[in-house]
Design a protein around this ligand. Structure first.
Ligand code: SF4
Ligand code: SF4
Length: 337
């Protein structure tokens, strides 16, 4: 921790946002200036070394990552702020993400690392961030905007509680390779891995069967038994949600709600996904009142109006989602189309 932060620890008095990407925190030991830098999350060793050198030059060797993987440089010297910004922007990274701006996207592992991914995480995040780059650098949006992605329903990201989120979905049953299940998988573990009880032992083959009516294509069984592959390059894709948040500001926390059940996987630039997310951001920026988070805006205008002005189709796929979370949103039975 920088010395100035140690000296002000538990004694901070106030803070100000000086301009997009720059905070000043005041305490009895003096002021601390923070420059927030957006990160693509997957960073090369070369970039990390460059950040470390910049921190050595201006911040006594300190920099930190925020929970959304932005990078913050902290310095007690106000004169260093513009020098840091100039060097960071020249290197190709944006400064911003403070106040009413788009925050750095949260994402999970995707094809780079995880076995149950239905789409790529870093690839989809990169193309969405490329398109929304300017929203990170400005802080005049109606409220802060948090976008998250997860690459399967197991969802080790924050898509259940973000303003806009997208999640990779499988849409076909795991394929049971009986011989490999018999040779390599623990049947009781496999049965227990299914959150909806769709897997039953098949003693005749020393394998299992899957009840198609119950399966929700989460891929959890594949995590414990590689003989049940679920990935399907032709049919896997992405669902899009809006309206979640975790904070208690203005209104209590709320879950994200499904608004687009499926867009196809279209690597390397995922044009349908990018176009849809950009439209969702633009509609909110244009129509929300100052201070309104995404879900608060939709609640005010009504979900019927939301689907009307976005042009998104309300289908039978939405009904379960709007019925489930009765405490935070109106249910579909109350919708008046
Ligand atoms: Fe793996 Fe799913 Fe997490 Fe993606 S969201 S990293 S596929 S568990
Ligand atoms: Fe159960 Fe999920 Fe496997 Fe379907 S994909 S059988 S719901 S664990």
């Amino acid at each position: 921790m920088p010395q100035i932060c140690q000296d002000n620890y538990f004694k901070w008095e106030y803070h100000e946002r000086l301009k997009p990407g720059v905070y000043m925190h005041h305490g009895p030991a003096g002021d601390v200036y923070t420059v927030r830098v957006g990160s693509p999350r997957l960073l090369s060793i070369e970039s990390l070394r460059w950040f470390a050198e910049l921190a050595d030059k201006y911040c006594d060797g300190h920099f930190r990552f925020t929970t959304r993987s932005s990078i913050e440089f902290l310095t007690p010297n106000k004169d260093n702020v513009d020098k840091i910004i100039e060097e960071v922007e020249e290197y190709g990274f944006p400064v911003g993400g403070t106040g009413n701006s788009l925050k750095t996207l949260l994402h999970t592992q995707g094809w780079v690392h995880c076995h149950s991914a239905a789409t790529d995480a870093s690839g989809t995040t990169k193309v969405v961030m490329d398109e929304l780059y300017d929203y990170f650098k400005r802080d005049d949006l109606p409220a802060q905007l948090k976008i998250s992605m997860a690459c399967c329903l197991n969802m080790c990201g924050a898509v259940h509680c973000s303003d806009i989120s997208f999640v990779g979905i499988h849409r076909t049953l795991p394929r049971v390779i009986d011989e490999e299940v018999a040779n390599s998988c623990e049947i009781p573990n496999l049965v227990a891995s299914c959150p909806v009880g769709a897997i039953r032992p098949n003693p005749r083959k020393k394998s299992v069967t899957i009840n198609e009516e119950k399966c929700m294509y989460c891929g959890n069984c594949f995590s414990v038994c590689p003989a049940l592959p679920i990935a399907n390059p032709d049919d896997d894709g992405i669902a899009i949600f809006v309206g979640g948040k975790v904070s208690n500001t203005r209104k209590g926390p709320s879950f994200s709600k499904l608004v687009v059940p499926y867009v196809p996987n279209e690597p390397p630039r995922w044009p349908t996904l990018v176009k849809t997310i950009k439209m969702l951001v633009e509609v909110w920026v244009e129509n929300a009142r100052p201070g309104e988070r995404y879900g608060e805006w939709v609640e005010r205008i009504g979900w019927e109006k939301f689907f009307e002005i976005t042009g998104l189709e309300f289908t039978d796929k939405h009904i379960d989602d709007f019925t489930f979370s009765v405490k935070t949103f109106r249910t579909t039975s109350n919708f008046k189309f």
